[in-house]
Write a protein that binds this ligand. Structure first.
Ligand SMILES: Nc1nc2c(ncn2[C@@H]2O[C@H](COP(=O)(O)OP(=O)(O)OP(=O)(O)O)[C@@H](O)[C@H]2O)c(=O)[nH]1
Ligand SMILES: [Mg+2]
Length: 483
């Protein structure tokens, strides 16, 4: 007896569970020890084979890059960018498949406006401008007519959803559980999942939404709208015939005023195409590279994209890359951790334009705050201690537009103080904040790679991705030589 009492902190449930039974006989002990030795041998063999596999992958030059960040931060867009740059043929062949996604994005934008209008109680003429709640809607006749004429879009929305999502897919049902990365917010979670605005259409990578669409189009290049029964693109035809009405709705002064008062900045939201209606509703429309990058389709699950990089100058061969794209909404974060084990580099996307927005899955949480907490969790994760973290402070174009329109950063980010409300100061400020977290939370010292990005912009992003690629390849080669 040492005379020291065990505190609650000394209690180790694992240790307790593994302790041999107190009444163990000599014979039982021999059997138990033999079993434990065998279990250790098997475990060691598994570890060795995983290690050997990883070393073989490294020697073969396979680089694994993981894309992380909250939902709508731009992960899938970055992946599409990699595809556009490094496997352009496949990217171009698939462009037509994005037409259905863009159609759905347009229908969703229209529905946002129609839903706002249908909940609108206009004030009596002399009420001083406040919305009335006497239950009467006195929308101007033209808007009521537009509402009615755009009713066919509801049918198109259902048709597109049926086409893009495999039957019986349900995000909440298929991804259960939480991860250390999602644990920090559980205490403040409120369930807003059923709000119509959170009902986003998503794809499960590998569930082959592209495959399903491609099958419908095989040999019939302009028949994307068909589900196997028809050969016409019904959605494109309806959108084409509604083009004028949608444009009138979007350009209506009252609509703009109501959206402004409700703080709905549609033109800055994901998948916004209402300013390109003539082009994107044309019957022979094929999405451009920019359109594919701007289209919005939420990710659920994990997709691994393989691509062969061209040879880097001075090296004898190109490198095979595996780029892993995950879903960023809270229910998806549990799927991230298994990929931490053997990843070479991470691109973490923090959309800094989101300082005045809330998460769609929990409207009590500010998006920027969520990104900062996630960044801390990723920086401090021990499994990632030797992994290079590349930070994309993304959506700089939207940040610029917001600041230029007079939205004050200091109103939402107190510590910004009385610094000038301009892009240059704001981006420097965010860079230094995220860099400080990286320095403070990393378990081991490592270099900080931070970029201000607009990943929908093809020109600027191409240069950034090229530097990231060179940096990752250089580090990877150095490490494989050490093996
Ligand atoms: N204006 C602008 N839009 C962007 C930028 N980056 C991404 N987007 C758009 O934002 C939307 C969301 O981007 P995604 O790449 O789908 O986001 P994600 O991180 O994959 O989101 P989840 O799949 O939900 O985890 C898309 O419509 C993109 O086109 C940017 O820098 N500027
Ligand atoms: Mg995605």
């Amino acid at each position: 007896m040492t005379g020291v009492t065990k505190s609650a902190h000394d209690f180790d449930p694992l240790d307790e569970a593994l302790r041999p039974p107190v009444d163990e006989t000599e014979e039982d002990r021999v059997i138990r020890q033999a079993q434990e030795a065998e279990a250790r041998r098997v475990s060691q063999a598994i570890d060795d084979s995983i290690r050997a596999e990883k070393q073989a992958q490294k020697k073969k030059g396979i680089v694994r890059l993981l894309l992380l960040g909250q939902s709508e931060s731009g992960k899938s867009t970055t992946l599409r960018h990699f595809q556009r740059l490094y496997t352009p043929t496949a990217f171009h062949e698939e462009r037509i498949l994005w037409r259905s996604v863009i159609q759905l994005n347009i229908v969703r934008s229209v529905r946002t406006i129609l839903d706002v209008l249908s909940n609108l109680r206009l004030p009596p003429i002399d009420s001083g401008g406040e919305d009335s709640d006497d239950g009467t809607s006195n929308l101007p006749h033209e808007l009521e007519m537009l509402q009615m004429r755009l009713t066919p879009l509801r049918h198109i929305e259902a048709l597109l959803i049926a086409k893009l999502i495999p039957p019986n897919e349900d995000e909440t049902a298929s991804v259960i559980g939480s991860s250390p990365l999602s644990a920090y917010h559980s205490h403040r979670s409120r369930n807003y999942e059923h709000s119509w605005r959170t009902q986003e259409v998503f794809v499960r990578p590998g569930a082959t939404w592209k495959g399903v669409l491609a099958k419908g189009t095989r040999g019939r290049p302009v028949s994307l709208g068909d589900t196997g029964m028809h050969i016409r693109d019904e959605a494109q035809e309806v959108l084409n015939s509604c083009n004028y009405d949608i444009m009138t709705l979007w350009n209506d002064k009252l609509v703009r005023e109501v959206l402004r008062r409700r703080k709905i900045r549609l033109e800055e939201s994901s998948g916004f195409f209402l300013n390109d209606l003539d082009r994107v509703t044309a019957l022979n429309y094929t999405p451009s590279d920019d359109d594919v990058l701007r289209a919005r389709l939420k990710t659920v699950g994990v997709s691994e994209y393989r691509c062969e990089m061209e040879a880097v100058a001075g090296r004898e061969s190109g490198t095979e890359w595996r780029i892993i794209d995950v879903g960023g909404s809270r229910s998806q974060r549990a799927t991230w951790v298994p990929f931490f084990d053997d990843v070479d580099a991470i691109i973490f996307l923090a959309p800094i334009s989101s300082f005045d927005q809330v998460l769609s899955e929990d409207r009590s949480v500010n998006r920027l705050e969520d990104s900062v907490l996630l960044w801390k969790a990723v920086c401090s994760n021990k499994l990632l201690a030797n992994v290079d973290l590349v930070l994309f402070l993304n959506k700089c174009d939207i940040l610029d537009a917001k600041l230029s329109s007079g939205i004050r950063l200091s109103k939402y980010v107190r510590s910004y103080g009385d610094r000038p409300n301009d892009m240059e100061t704001a981006s420097k400020y965010f860079r230094s904040k995220f860099s400080a977290i990286h320095r403070e939370y990393s378990p081991l010292p490592r270099k900080f790679y931070g970029f201000c990005t607009t990943v929908t912009d093809t020109t600027t992003t191409a240069g950034i991705l090229a530097s990231v690629r060179d940096m990752v390849v250089r580090r990877h080669l150095k490490q494989s030589r050490l093996l």
